[in-house]
Ligand binder design. Sequence first.
Ligand code: 15L
Length: 267
Amino acid sequence: ILYNRILLTGAAGNLGKELRPFLRERCNKLRLSSRRPIDLEGDNEELAVLDLADFEKVLEATKDVDAIVHMGGTSKEDTWNNVLQGNIVGMYNLFEASRQNKVKRVIWGSSVHAIGYHKRTDVLEPDCVTKPDSLYGVSKVFGEGLAQYYFDKFKVESVSIRIGSSFPKVADWRMLSTWLSFDDLRHLVERSLIVPKVDHTIIFGCSNNDQSFWDNSKVGYMGYKPRDNAEDQRPYLEENVKKPPHDDTAITYQGGSFVVAGHFEDK
Ligand code: 15L
């Protein structure tokens, strides 16, 4: 047991679902937040149905919480209003509520899209210059800034995991560099919960990929030792997925297709 009560946001999302059973075993109470009601599974689960943009609800859901694993919000490029409500207002609400309720630590899913306009030939460290590739990426840069601010001023600790591509399998050629297996994701979240002092740490969320764009050696104190390697799935790509042309914008940059996606107008 790592903490008495953990709040998992985005509990019904792709990564929330992968983390839920694992977190359930590491706390006395796992509070799940989701925009829509979901069925409870373990007998130590409880539910908070809420929209992250609603501060009062977020304040209530963070009461008596020791740590937050925040996987909620918008997970792709979207209209400005959806990005604003889900990832900017939502992120502010979560940190402000954490300060008021004295939550010790927030671990959350930042993204490769915070640095997506770096070329794939660059090797990045966690303290590199940010280069968002979308409004979604801008919202992740905001989140990282907010996390740093709440640590510096209020000592709310946090880990911003810049998640690459966390999917069951390596599905395209870019993922040879960006893939994060679910096992490695769980290991990284566990390290983020366990390490005694994280201040505000930014760490790249990727497996031990031969073709990685990222170097986590400056945050070695996190003890993150990914075991999977996207390279093992190259045969699947060779057989099933067409190689993109070398001058494709979407493969020039680390953010892949997000550099060409959008810009969506609000309806
Ligand atoms: C992300 O940030 C998305 O949430 C995810 O669905 C993938 O698109 C990933 O980035 C990626 O770039 O592979």
